[in-house]
Design a protein around this ligand. Structure first.
Ligand code: HAM
Length: 452
C-alpha cells in the first residue's frame, strides 16, 4: 500500500494542528548542542579537578521525596510538579530539581559510611509546570554540585567558587552578580518568622493574592515577591539581621571573608530567601547583571536540616544548580561562540557498485584515523553527490569511479580551489591526514579498558 492510500497517513494529514512540542518543552537541535556539549565539558572538567563524582537520580520519584524535601508550601510543590498516579496506584513526580533526590539516594545507599564530605555533581533535565515564557521552561537542564556531610563556611564558598570558575571558562563571569544572604538556622528563623507574621497581620489587603495565601504558610517568601506593593511592604518589614544569632553572624562573616580572599565580588541582599524550603544559613543566587532578579541563572545554599526531614541522620550540606538554557542564552547574548567540532572534513563520492564497495572500507579507515568523513552512499548521481559535498562545506572530496578502481587510484579534489589530482589508493589515507593536519584530527581516548 502506498502512503497515499494508507488510512493512518490520510488521517494524520487531516489532523490539525501539526504535531509539535508541548508548551515549555523544546528540541535541542544540533547547533544548540554545540553549546550544550561545551558547557557539559567544562562542568565535567571542573568537577573532576575538584574531586566531585557524578550522580544521576531517576527522573521519576515517589511524590513524597519532593513534598518532604522541597516543602509543601512552596510554589514548586503547590503548583509546578508533574505528578500522576502510576498503574500501581502510587503517586509519582517528575523531578523538579536535583537536591531532594540526591538526599534520598544518600540515605538509601548508606553513604554516611563513605569518607565525608561526599561531593556530587549532576547534569540533568528537570520538569516544572511553570508558566512558559522567556527563559522559563517546563523541561530544562541544570548542572549542579552538592557537598554533603560537613558544615563549614569554606564549603559554601567552594560551591560558589566552582560556579564562578565555570562561568569564567565560558566567558560569562562578568555578566552575573553574586547575591548572598544568610537566613539563619531553623531556630533563629522561627523567631523572625513570628515577627514577620506580626508585621504583615492587618496589612493583608495591601498584599498580592499569592502573598496573602503565603503569609501563614511560608512568610519568608513575601520578602522576595516581585509585585510593587509587596516590595514596598518588604522594605518596611523587620530585617532578619535583627534576629540572626551570634553563630549565624559569625558563619556569614566567614563566608564573606572567604569570598574576599578568592576575589569574588558579592552583593549582600537581605531579601534573598530562595523558593525552596530546605535552606538554612547561606543562600545565594547568580543574577543577570542587566536584568536582575528575574530569571536568575543559578542559585543554591546550605541545607543542613534536609537530610533529617528526608528520614536520615542530621547531616549538613550545601550546593547549587545552574540553568543550562539560561546560561547558554547569556553566552549567545554576549556573542560567546563555542568551537564547533562537528564540521565534516572529507566527503567521499563514488560511481558504480565496485567503487561503492571500496568506499565502505576507505570511509571506515579515514574515520579511524580521526578524519570526520561522510559519503553519500545512497546517491547514485555524481552531480548530486558533489552538490552535497558543497553543502557540507568540506575542504576536500575524494572521488572514486570505475576507471580509478581499475587503476588503483583515487581523485582528491580541493573544494575551495576547484583543483584535483590523482593519488594511489593505498596512500590516500596518509595523504588526507597530512592535508587535514594532525592537530585537526578527531581522535579521542576513552581510556584503557580491562577485560577481567
Ligand atoms: P532553583 O533556583 O530552583 O534551585 O533552580 C536553579 C536554576 O535552575 C535557576 O537559577 C534557573 O537557572 C534554572 N531553572 C529553574 N527553573 C527553571 C525553568 N522553569 N526554566 C528554565 N530554567 C529554570 C534548585 O533547583 C536547587 N535544587 C539548587 C540547589 C542545589 N540548592 C542546593 N543544592
Amino acid at each position: 500500500m502506498s502512503d497515499e492510500q494508507n488510512p493512518i497517513v490520510e488521517e494524520a494529514k487531516e489532523h490539525k494542528p501539526k504535531l509539535q512540542t508541548p508548551p515549555g518543552f523544546h528540541d535541542i537541535l544540533p547547533k544548540d548542542h554545540e553549546y550544550f556539549t561545551f558547557v557539559k565539558k567544562v562542568v565535567r572538567h571542573r568537577a573532576r579537578q575538584a574531586g566531585y563524582r557524578r550522580i544521576t537520580t531517576p527522573i521519576l520519584e515517589f511524590t513524597e521525596v519532593f513534598d518532604r524535601g522541597i516543602g509543601d508550601a512552596t510554589d514548586i510543590v503547590e503548583k509546578e510538579m508533574y505528578t500522576f498516579m502510576d498503574k500501581g496506584g502510587r503517586s509519582m513526580t517528575m523531578k523538579p530539581e536535583g537536591t531532594a533526590g540526591i538526599c534520598r539516594a544518600y540515605i538509601e545507599h548508606g553513604m554516611k559510611e563513605l569518607p565525608q564530605p561526599v561531593e556530587f555533581y549532576y547534569i540533568e533535565p528537570h520538569f516544572r509546570y511553570d508558566k512558559p515564557q522567556k527563559g522559563r521552561f517546563r523541561m530544562f537542564w541544570q548542572f549542579g554540585f552538592e557537598i554533603i556531610g560537613e558544615s563549614d563556611p569554606a564549603l559554601d564558598v567552594q560551591c560558589i567558587f566552582i560556579a564562578y570558575k565555570i562561568f569564567k571558562d565560558l566567558g560569562v563571569e562578568k555578566n552575573f552578580t553574586l547575591q548572598i544572604n544568610n537566613i539563619g538556622s531553623q531556630k533563629s528563623r522561627a523567631k523572625y518568622v513570628e515577627a514577620l507574621i506580626n508585621f504583615y497581620t492587618g496589612k493583608e489587603r495591601s498584599l498580592c493574592e499569592n502573598c496573602q495565601k503565603r503569609l501563614h504558610k511560608n512568610p519568608l517568601r513575601l520578602l522576595d515577591c516581585k509585585k510593587e506593593d509587596c516590595r514596598i511592604l518588604a522594605e518596611l518589614a523587620p530585617k532578619f539581621i535583627q534576629y540572626r544569632s551570634k553563630e549565624d553572624s559569625e558563619f556569614h562573616q566567614s563566608v564573606k571573608e572567604f569570598l574576599e580572599e578568592l576575589g569574588i565580588a558579592y552583593i549582600e541582599n537581605d531579601k534573598l530567601v530562595r523558593g525552596l524550603d530546605y535552606y538554612s544559613q547561606t543562600v545565594f543566587e547568580f543574577w543577570d547583571a542587566e536584568t536582575g532578579a528575574q530569571n536568575a541563572v543559578g542559585g543554591g545554599g546550605r541545607y543542613d536540616g534536609l537530610m533529617e526531614i528526608m528520614g536520615g541522620e542530621p547531616t549538613p550540606a550545601v550546593g547549587f544548580a545552574v540553568g543550562i538554557e539560561r546560561l547558554i542564552d547569556n553566552m549567545k547574548k554576549n556573542n560567546v561562540e563555542v568551537p564547533s567540532k562537528d564540521d565534516v572534513q572529507i566527503f567521499v563520492a563514488q560511481l558504480g557498485d565496485l567503487a561503492k564497495k571500496k568506499c565502505l572500507r576507505l570511509i571506515d579507515e579515514l574515520r579511524d584515523r580521526g578524519v570526520r568523513t561522510i559519503g553519500a552512499l545512497g546517491k547514485n548521481s555524481f552531480k548530486a553527490q558533489l552538490r552535497l559535498a558543497d553543502k557540507f562545506k568540506v575542504p576536500y572530496a575524494l572521488i572514486l569511479g570505475i576507471t580509478e578502481v581499475r587503476d588503483g587510484t583515487i581523485i582528491i579534489r580541493d573544494m575551495s580551489k576547484g583543483q584535483q589530482r590523482y593519488v594511489k589508493m593505498d596512500e590516500v589515507v596518509d595523504e588526507v591526514v597530512r592535508l587535514i593536519g594532525q592537530d585537526n584530527l578527531d581522535m579521542y581516548s576513552p581510556g584503557e579498558i580491562v577485560v577481567a
